[in-house]
Write a new protein. Structure first.
Lengths: 289, 714
């Protein structure tokens, strides 16, 4: 099954189960969770079912395309359903069937794995799903987001698309993944891995990045004052990514580090709270849809 | 007699929660039943990743009737002239009996009215129905969660409930918003081997019905099955599986229907350090490694792993192939990290330590390393370590944390120290390499201690820095809260010193570490350096006390006698010579056991108590300087004096005790013999002279211990 077929299959599967299929969010982020489709929508009482592919950037994980399993840019397939359905584990196993993985042929386990992102005041509990010893999916019941208790609780399902496809295609390197019948993942992304690793670790301009961070931070604050929640959130994402770039460059000192993380946390919490207030003022419109 | 089954069906529980929950039930359920006057014949607890269950057998169908006795007013107040008073009538009404039912019995406080009431036992079904919901909801756990829109908290979502009294369903309900749990007799078998539901006809059929649905609910049995299967599989491979108990228990709670599956990996990976391979296998994949024989350190690894699968045994080949791919990818990662890390010398990682926080106010790990080197140097001075040995210790101190920023330790933090040791071999002397590994020892209570001097010194320096600097921030452990594991660190300092027989003056080293800390971190230090030093000394004294009592099994009072009860002199002695305080405590225990303590205890104690009325300084040991023989009136005084002169210069505790033993009859004579004296003579000079005789004796005894703290001789 080609990489693009895996995505198409999951789209179809979750679409059939009532999920809204949305497109990747256009700001750099370290995980699908940070997309506003998840991070903000998990807050508040409105029901929400969504599935999307999210490109993730983790500058520090770059290996110049030399490590077969580790890259600084990859894809997650993200599902968020609120409130969490009673039969979600069975539904998930059905999605594996749709991908041609018959659970009865394998050792599938749900192994405890809790999630916490202190930087954005979020935590949840759940599992990593093991398919014959390989972690292919993360399951998380969101308990808190942006410091706000989740009511009702959302379930987040995150598939590691590359892992899953490597398994299905029986290849040992991300770059060998067949994207379609003609081109491989390496054809699409290898050069980017090499160049971006060089950028992340060697060529980025720390002075400029420090300046950018400050600007994004200022912008986030002034937007929040104007109650422009969604634009402010974009600026918080930019802060977070800029921080990751600085961190990969190894230029964040100890004292600065705590200050940066604290700063991002504060912003994320404020956005979360503003978002909840905004939805409330709008009368939680999705409650009746 | 009836049997009751409760099963709580869940989504996959954390492995540790299964055991924690059943442990709570083991103490709670019998008590909860006993509170209802119910004593069942047996209670069995079951658990798998998807269920917690309890099967209670031998319950009466009806709660036994209970007789209750209620005490009323005194007989005097209850009856006047043979007639019941208002108080008596009121009491009878309140208890729902007539005055005729009163019994008058005498008590210590006179005659009183009693009534006996019979409480009719309720049907067991009724009691259990009311009882069990709290058994579920009151379970405690580390991170409980809510699900959907409900408020119920549990470790993972509850999906079904079974409550069966023999063959009858008891109606248990847990409802919160749309979360609606209602008990039934329907359970679920293995997720893929028996996806259909199963009906439990009778509580007692539980274990067998689930077994037929590919679920072994008995945890101990599941564990035995895994252990036997894994060892059998290892035997087939010509090896022995290393089964760590913690891992076996965890794996037991990750599967419902275990079957051992064997996988192989490429032999070229065996070039990796064994710790890297086993960490990947055990911590990350929950596999059991296979070795050529027993003994983790001596036996070689074989290129196999064994996993306890929860899948269909018939599909073992597919499952093995999948797992083999995972371990191959993980070991390739490991090899990638290992090769990349070794491309540069360990020293080249030092600058990167500046990016790792030790503690917010205490700077980076690089800063900590500088402090460790400084402390290690002071320890070398104190222990008179010079030349190569000293240089190697300083080198090991400098490099001891460098591996924290290597890729391998970034990936597997538990390999800190292990990787530093391996990487140091690339260019550093072996002493340095070993010390890097050893300085983390002991990793927990009962773990091995560093064997090399360099490992001991670096380990001490690291911990002394942590203790002084964290105390300096005012983050002193309280009660059960000790987030920086400072108790463990202080225990390690004492244990390493003892085990290495290091002639360390802890008192002095603490003083100097505190003063450099106070100088460098003046802006974050919470108390004056004098106060900080005192806090640390008190903390160490407590640790020494606890270690001697608990780990060395010495009597409480004997430990008090060497550390002194509020006696600063003993505290200072203990800290300035840790070896001596340990030896004296053990010696006291020995002489208590063999009876020598009993022979001197009374004499020394009596002398010491009286001497306390005098003012002789505790460091005066020579009688000729403080006692004037011209003032003697009786021969017993001269005899005492002569005997004391014999004690002079006894620094060996054996000899000291022997000499004290010898002196005892002479002192008895001085007190009670035919020739005895009254110490508290009316002439102040004579009195003082006699008190000084006793004082010198006390002072000699004090060299060994504070006898006042010892509660008895034998």
């Amino acid at each position: 099954m080609n990489f693009q077929t895996v995505i198409a299959t999951l789209h179809q599967f979750w679409s059939d189960r009532g999920c809204l299929i949305v497109q990747p969010y256009d700001t750099e982020k370290g995980a699908g969770t940070k997309s506003p489709h998840t991070f903000l929508r998990a807050i508040g009482p409105e029901p929400w079912s969504v599935a999307y592919v999210e490109p993730c950037r983790r500058p520090g994980d770059g290996r110049y395309g030399e490590n077969p399993n580790r890259v600084q840019h990859y894809y997650q397939y993200q599902v968020l359903i609120k409130p969490s359905p009673d039969t979600i584990q069975d539904i998930y196993l059905d999605s594996l069937k749709a991908l041609g993985i018959r659970p009865e042929d394998h050792d599938i386990r749900f192994v405890e794995d809790n999630w916490e992102d202190a930087a954005v005041g979020a935590w949840g509990v759940g599992w990593e799903v093991w398919l014959d010893g390989m972690e292919v999916t993360q399951f998380t019941y969101f308990q808190q987001c942006g410091g706000i208790d989740c009511h009702p609780v959302s379930i987040e399902i995150t598939y590691g698309l590359e892992r899953l496809t490597m398994y299905l295609q029986n290849v040992n390197s991300i770059f060998e993944i067949q994207w379609n019948d003609r081109l491989t993942y390496g054809d699409v992304h290898l050069q980017g891995e090499i160049e971006n690793s060089t950028y992340n670790f060697e060529a980025s301009n720390p002075e400029l990045l420090f300046t950018l961070f400050k600007l994004y931070e200022q912008e986030a604050k002034q937007l929040m004052e104007k109650k422009l929640v969604l634009p402010a959130f974009d600026q918080v994402l930019k802060c977070s990514h800029t921080f990751n770039l600085l961190d990969a460059r190894g230029v964040i000192s100890v004292t600065e580090r705590a200050r940066y993380i604290g700063g991002i946390r504060g912003l994320a919490r404020q956005v979360a709270q503003l978002y909840l207030k905004q939805r409330e003022q709008l009368g939680f419109p999705l409650l009746t849809r | 007699m009836a049997s009751f089954l409760l099963e709580v069906g869940t989504e996959e529980l954390p492995a540790s929660f299964v055991d924690e929950a059943l442990e709570q039930w083991r103490s709670r359920i019998p008590k909860s039943l006993a509170d209802q006057y119910l004593t069942p014949e047996t209670i069995d607890y079951y658990g798998t990743p998807r269920r917690l269950a309890v099967l209670i057998k031998g319950l009466p169908l009806q709660q036994p009737d209970q007789t209750e006795e209620v005490k009323g007013p005194s007989a005097q107040a209850a009856f006047k002239d043979g007639q019941p008073t208002k108080a008596a009538v009121g009491f009878a009404q309140k208890q729902g009996v007539s005055v005729d039912a009163f019994e008058i019995r005498s008590t210590e406080k006179g005659d009183f009215v009693f009534v006996r009431k019979v409480l009719k036992g309720r049907p067991i079904a009724e009691i259990l129905t009311a009882l069990v919901a709290p058994w579920i909801t009151e379970l405690e756990g580390k991170r409980l969660m809510r699900w959907a829109d409900g408020e119920i908290r549990f470790s993972r979502p509850i999906r079904w409930l079974i409550a069966l009294l023999d063959e009858t369903v008891l109606p248990i309900k847990m409802v919160s918003h749309s979360v609606h749990l209602q008990s039934d007799r329907v359970s679920y078998g293995h997720r893929v081997l028996h996806p259909e539901s199963v009906s439990i006809p009778n509580a007692e059929d539980y274990v067998s019905v689930l077994r037929s649905a590919f679920v072994e609910v008995n945890i101990d049995r599941r564990q035995e099955i895994i252990q036997a299967q894994v060892q059998e599989a290892a035997k087939q491979l010509g090896g022995v599986a290393t089964i760590a108990p913690y891992l076996l228990r965890e794996v037991t709670n990750l599967v419902e229907y275990p079957s051992a599956v064997v996988g192989k990996f490429d032999e070229e990976f065996l070039q990796l350090p064994a710790e890297v391979i086993t960490t990947e296998m055990e911590s990350h994949q929950r596999y059991f490694p296979v070795r050529t024989g027993r003994g983790e350190n001596s036996a070689e690894l074989l290129p196999y792993f064994i996993t306890a699968s929860n899948g269909d045994p018939e599909k073992s080949a597919i499952i093995a192939a999948g797992n083999e791919r995972v371990i191959r990818a993980r070991l390739s990662d490991g090899k990638f990290f290992f090769d990349a890390d070794r491309a540069d010398p360990l020293e080249s990682y030092l600058p990167k330590l500046e990016t790792v926080t030790f503690q917010q106010d205490l700077g980076s790990v690089r800063d900590k390393v500088d402090r460790i080197v400084a402390i290690a140097t002071q320890l070398c001075d104190q222990l008179q370590i010079t030349g190569d040995g000293r240089a190697q210790i300083q080198r090991a101190a400098l490099l001891c944390k460098a591996d924290l920023v290597t890729q391998m330790v970034g990936e597997f933090p538990e390999l800190q120290g292990v990787m530093g040791q391996k990487y140091a071999l690339n260019g550093e002397p072996e002493v340095v390499s070993t010390a890097i590994f050893e300085h983390y020892l002991p990793k927990g209570a009962g773990d091995r201690l560093p064997q090399t001097l360099a490992g001991q010194i670096v380990g001490l320096s690291d911990r002394l820095d942590t203790l002084v600097s964290i105390f300096g921030l005012g983050l002193i452990p309280t009660g059960s809260s000790d987030p920086f594991a400072l108790r463990r660190a202080a225990n390690a300092v004492v244990n390493i010193t003892w085990a290495g027989d290091l002639a360390l003056n802890l008192d002095r080293i603490l003083e100097s570490v505190v003063s450099s800390f106070a100088a460098s971190y003046a802006s974050v230090i919470k108390v004056s350096s004098i106060e900080l030093l005192q806090q640390l000394k008190d903390f160490f004294l407590q640790r020494i006390h606890t270690l001697l009592r608990e780990d060395h099994s010495l009597d409480y009072d004997l430990v008090n006698a060497v550390i002194g009860e509020n006696d600063l002199e003993y505290a200072a002695r203990a800290l300035s010579n840790l070896l001596d305080v340990r030896d004296r405590a053990h010696f006291l225990q020995t002489i208590r056991r063999d009876g020598r303590l009993a022979t001197i205890y009374e004499t020394v104690n009596r002398a010491s108590r009286l001497a306390a009325q005098g003012n002789l300084a505790t460091d005066r040991l020579n009688p000729s300087q403080v006692v004037d023989s011209a003032l003697f009136q009786k021969s017993s005084e001269q005899a005492f004096y002569d005997a004391l002169s014999q004690l002079q210069g006894q620094t060996n505790y054996e000899n000291l005790v022997a000499a004290l033993g010898k002196i005892a009859p002479t002192v008895s004579n001085f007190f009670d013999g035919a020739d005895s004296v009254l110490v508290m003579d009316s002439d102040p000079a004579i009195k003082q002279n006699r008190l000084n005789l006793l004082g010198v004796l006390r002072n000699h005894a004090r060299v060994l211990a504070d006898f006042g703290a010892i509660v008895k001789g034998s």
